[in-house]
Design a protein around this ligand. Structure first.
Ligand code: NAI
Ligand code: MG
Length: 353
């Protein structure tokens, strides 16, 4: 039987509260499926670890992580004891960069029973594929002069390899979904990089004749995320455009506590990392009220990544059952504790499986 060795980093704050029930969910899914197993190895790397050792992870930490098939992360950050940029760059960004996690994916979906800030939310179900290694977030450029003459140049880097692999990922994903890819562009205003992006998109789409495609300028696309998100399936975007779109995607769902994300390594040299969008929420830590859905949906993304799409779908349906029946935490209008909300999802899954 296939066994997946997963490095588990609960991290800080509510990460320590939502990761254990999410692991139980994964265990339940594996037990019921019967065709694979997980072996979880937990690491205490976090701000508490920093307070004791003066670093977020040991010197051989990445070397250790490299041997795993996946990294399941809670959240990192405790601004009371460590400045956020130290904890973020010391662990999360280090892993994303060193492990060449060149794609970031974040789904957003309408759940019946969940209050969305949209007045008339329709049944949207979309996923943003964000190029995660280059684009607008580059260190190329510089500053010169002082005072009135001061200037800054920030270069955006678009390589054919980087753009194409994000697009191919989006097309492959669309094959398993509703067969539709939207490109986020801005070739009317950005003179070099976006026409290039459009060209690469048109080359890639030639290989996928069965997939429906379209392209929108990012400003209109952002507006459509609010006014008619139901028209989208898979959206492929550059680093900056994807960053902004995924935040809107999270916002229209209704709560930061439910949104998941995955950082994908494509060359197979390093593990991919699965983490919810939310942070360590120090304001609610210790109260056992954190919403476990973000972490559990993250677990679903890991299942999808390993090819267990059907089990992943059942799990997402089980989450939907909980929301519909109100067996949820108070941030989304329920009464349950973290533990109870997770147990409800486990029970729903068992009923569906
Ligand atoms: P946050 O996401 O931790 O919290 C924002 C607000 O949402 C808070 O009011 C919190 O109570 C609420 N919230 C978040 N997740 C929730 C959940 N699962 N259930 C119910 N309510 C939830 O963002 P914030 O406060 O800006 O950052 C706190 C710490 O987390 C900082 O140290 C920050 O650097 C870190 N952080 C880490 C991230 C990561 O590890 N990927 C991402 C974002 C922030
Ligand atoms: Mg962002």
């Amino acid at each position: 039987m296939k066994k997946y060795e997963i490095a588990v980093l609960p991290g800080d704050g509510i990460g320590k509260e939502v990761v254990p029930p999410a692991l139980e969910v994964l265990q339940t899914v594996a037990d019921i499926h019967g065709g694979f197993q997980f072996e979880f190895t937990e690491f205490p790397w976090s701000c508490d670890y920093y307070a004791e050792h003066g670093k977020m992870l040991p010197d051989d930490g990445l070397e250790i992580l490299k041997g795993f098939e996946g990294i399941f992360l809670g959240a990192v950050g405790n601004p009371k004891i460590i400045p956020d940029h130290v904890s973020l760059w010391g662990l999360l960004i280090k892993i994303r960069r060193e492990f060449e996690q060149v794609i970031n994916i974040r789904p957003a979906k309408f759940f019946k029973g969940l209050r969305s800030p949209l007045l008339n939310p329709s049944d949207f179900d979309l996923i943003v594929v964000r190029e995660n290694s280059e684009g607008e977030y580059s260190e190329v450029g510089g500053r010169i002069h002082k005072g009135e003459n001061e200037m800054a140049i920030q270069n955006a880097i678009f390589t054919r390899i980087g753009s194409e692999r994000a697009m191919r990922f989006a097309f492959e994903l669309a094959k398993k979904r509703r067969g539709h890819v939207t490109s986020a562009t801005k070739s009317n205003g950005i003179f070099h990089s976006m026409p290039f992006w459009d060209e690469v998109f048109s080359d890639v789409k030639a290989d996928y004749p069965d997939i429906k495609t379209d392209a929108y300028h990012i400003d209109a696309l952002a507006a459509f995320f609010v006014t008619r998100p139901q028209i989208f399936d898979v959206i492929v975007a550059s680093n900056l455009f994807g960053d902004i779109l995924t935040d809107i995607g999270g916002a229209i769902m209704g709560s930061i506590g439910i949104a998941p994300a995955a950082n994908i390594n494509l060359n197979g040299k390093y593990p991919s990392m699965f983490e919810p969008v939310h942070g360590s929420a120090p304001d609610i830590y210790g109260k056992n009220i954190a919403n476990p859905i973000g972490q559990i949906w993250t677990a679903k993304m890991m299942l999808d990544h390993f090819g267990y799409d059907e089990a992943g779908k059942l799990l997402l349906d089980a989450i939907g059952d909980s929301i519909k029946s109100g067996h949820i935490t108070r941030d989304i209008g329920g009464q349950l504790s973290t533990r109870e909300a997770a147990d409800a999802i486990i029970n729903n899954f068992k009923k569906r499986a």
